[in-house]
Write a protein that binds this ligand. Structure first.
Ligand SMILES: NC(=O)c1ccc[n+]([C@@H]2O[C@H](COP(=O)([O-])OP(=O)(O)OC[C@H]3O[C@@H](n4cnc5c(N)ncnc54)[C@H](OP(=O)(O)O)[C@@H]3O)[C@@H](O)[C@H]2O)c1
Length: 368
C-alpha cells in the first residue's frame, strides 16, 4: 500500500476544521499529521481543545484525538510535519492573507476555504468540475512571490455551489446565460460555531448575511473566467442578482434560481434538453476518478417538493448537487431549485477534492 501524504489542518477546531478531521480519517491518499488553531487552543490535545464543541455526530478520529494543537500563527511549527495544509481559519481577511502567504513562503502549499485570497488574480478559485485549467496560474503565482514549493489555491463561497455546476453545464453545452436572479436559503452551519444566536434563528428567517451577496455575485464571474498572461480574467456574464437569507436548517444551502439565456428564442434549450445536459454532465474529477468526486455531479429530481436539505444534502457523499422543480419562468427563461451540502461540497470535502486534483496534477510532487 502507498504511504499516505501527511497533511495539516489550520483552524482544525472550528466548524469546517472538524469536518476536515472527520472526512480525512479514512482518506485513501491523505492523513492528518498536524492540527493548528488559535492561541486559545494551542498546546492542548485536540480532544481537549474541542471538548464540548465537537459538532460531528461521531467520535473524534483516534489518530487525531491526542495530537497536540499547534498555534496556526506559528508557521515554523508546521514545517516538516506536513506536505501541505488545509486552511479553515476564521480571522480578519488581512491576517489570513498574510498567514497563508507565510505558509506558502515556507514551502507549504495552502488549500484554503477562507475568502481572503479569492480575489487575488493569480490564485485559482477552484470548483474542479468547472475550472481545473485555472491551475495554470500557480506557476505565475510562485514566480511572482519567489516561492519554490509553496502556493495558494482556494475554493469559492459555499452559497453558490448548488447552482454553479448546473450553470456551467449549460454554458459548456452551448447555452450561455445572460442574467440570473438567485435567492438562497442558507443553513446555520455556514456561519461557523456558535454562529447565529438560537434566539435569532428559531421560528425565524434572517434576510441578511454580511458580504454574502456581493461575494457570490462576483465569484461566479471569476470561476467562469479564463487564464490570460498567468492571471485569471473574470468572465463578463452572467449578471447575477443574489438575495441571501439565513434559515433554521442545520446543513444544506438551497438556491431558487431564475435565469435568462443569451440566445435568440429559437436556440434556447427546451426543458428536456436542459435535463439531458445536467444528468449527463461529467468532468475532469470523474474522468480522473478522484476519491471525493461524485459519480454524477448533478442529480435531477422530479418530485414536486424536492430538493430538501434533510433528504438531499448527503447525496453521493454530500458532493452531488441536487436540482429540482425545473420549469419555465414567465420573467426570464427557466427556473429551478438547487441544493448542496455547505460544509461538505461547500467547504471541507470541496477543499479535499481541490487537493485531490492538485495531487493528481503533480502539484505536491517532491513534498512528501
Ligand atoms: N461554515 C461553512 O459552511 C463555510 C463554508 C465555506 C467556507 N467557510 C470558511 O471557512 C473558514 C472557517 O469557517 P468556520 O465556519 O469553520 O469558522 P469557525 O467555526 O469560527 O472556526 C474558526 C477556526 O479558526 C481558528 N481561529 C480563530 N481565530 C484565530 C486566530 N487569531 N489565530 C489562529 N486561529 C484562529 C479557530 O480556533 P479556536 O477554536 O482556537 O478559536 C477555529 O479553529 C472561514 O474562513 C469561513 O469563511 C465556511
Amino acid at each position: 500500500m502507498q504511504k499516505k501524504i501527511p497533511v495539516g489542518v489550520l483552524g482544525a477546531t472550528g466548524m469546517v476544521g472538524q469536518r476536515y478531521i472527520y472526512l480525512l480519517a479514512d482518506h485513501p491518499w491523505f492523513e492528518v499529521a498536524y492540527v493548528a488553531a488559535s492561541p486559545r487552543s494551542a498546546g492542548k490535545p485536540y480532544c481537549e481543545a474541542v471538548q464540548n464543541r465537537w459538532l460531528i455526530g461521531s467520535d473524534i478520529p483516534a489518530g487525531v484525538s491526542e495530537l497536540i494543537v499547534g498555534d496556526a500563527n506559528d508557521v515554523s511549527a508546521a514545517a516538516g510535519k506536513c506536505a501541505f495544509v488545509f486552511s479553515a481559519l476564521e480571522m480578519d481577511k488581512e491576517s489570513i492573507k498574510a498567514l497563508e502567504a507565510a505558509y506558502a513562503g515556507a514551502g507549504i502549499p495552502v488549500v484554503s476555504n477562507a475568502s481572503a485570497n479569492r480575489w487575488t488574480d493569480d490564485v485559482p478559485m477552484l470548483i474542479p468540475e468547472i475550472n481545473p485549467e485555472h491551475l495554470a496560474v500557480i506557476a505565475e503565482q510562485k514566480k511572482h512571490h519567489g516561492w519554490d514549493k509553496g502556493f495558494i489555491a482556494v475554493k469559492p463561497n459555499c452559497s453558490l455551489q448548488s447552482y454553479m455546476i448546473p450553470l456551467f453545464a449549460l454554458e459548456r453545452a452551448g447555452y450561455p446565460v445572460k442574467r440570473m436572479i438567485v435567492t438562497t436559503l442558507q443553513a446555520v452551519s455556514g456561519a461557523g460555531y456558535p454562529g447565529v444566536p438560537s434566539f435569532d434563528m428559531i421560528d425565524n428567517i434572517v434576510p441578511f448575511i454580511s458580504g454574502e451577496e456581493e461575494k457570490t455575485e462576483k465569484e461566479v464571474l471569476k470561476i467562469l473566467g479564463s487564464v490570460k498572461d498567468g492571471r485569471i480574467e473574470a468572465a463578463r456574464a452572467p449578471v447575477v442578482a443574489a438575495h441571501c437569507n439565513r434559515v433554521p436548517v442545520i446543513d444544506g444551502h438551497t438556491a431558487c434560481v431564475s435565469l435568462e439565456f443569451d440566445l435568440p428564442d429559437e436556440k434556447k434549450p427546451a426543458l428536456a434538453e436542459i435535463e439531458r445536459v445536467w444528468t449527463s454532465f461529467r468532468a475532469l474529477p470523474q474522468e480522473l476518478s478522484l476519491p471525493s468526486a461524485p459519480l454524477s455531479p448533478i442529480i435531477v429530481r422530479h418530485e414536486e417538493n424536492r430538493p430538501q436539505p434533510r433528504r438531499d444534502r448527503d447525496a453521493d457523499k454530500g458532493m452531488a448537487v441536487t436540482v429540482g422543480r425545473l420549469r419555465p419562468c414567465p420573467v426570464f427563461d427557466i427556473r429551478f431549485v438547487a441544493l448542496s451540502h455547505n460544509t461538505k461540497r461547500g467547504a471541507a470535502l470541496g477543499g479535499i477534492l481541490n487537493a485531490e486534483l492538485l495531487k493528481a496534477k503533480g502539484f505536491f510532487d517532491g513534498l512528501y
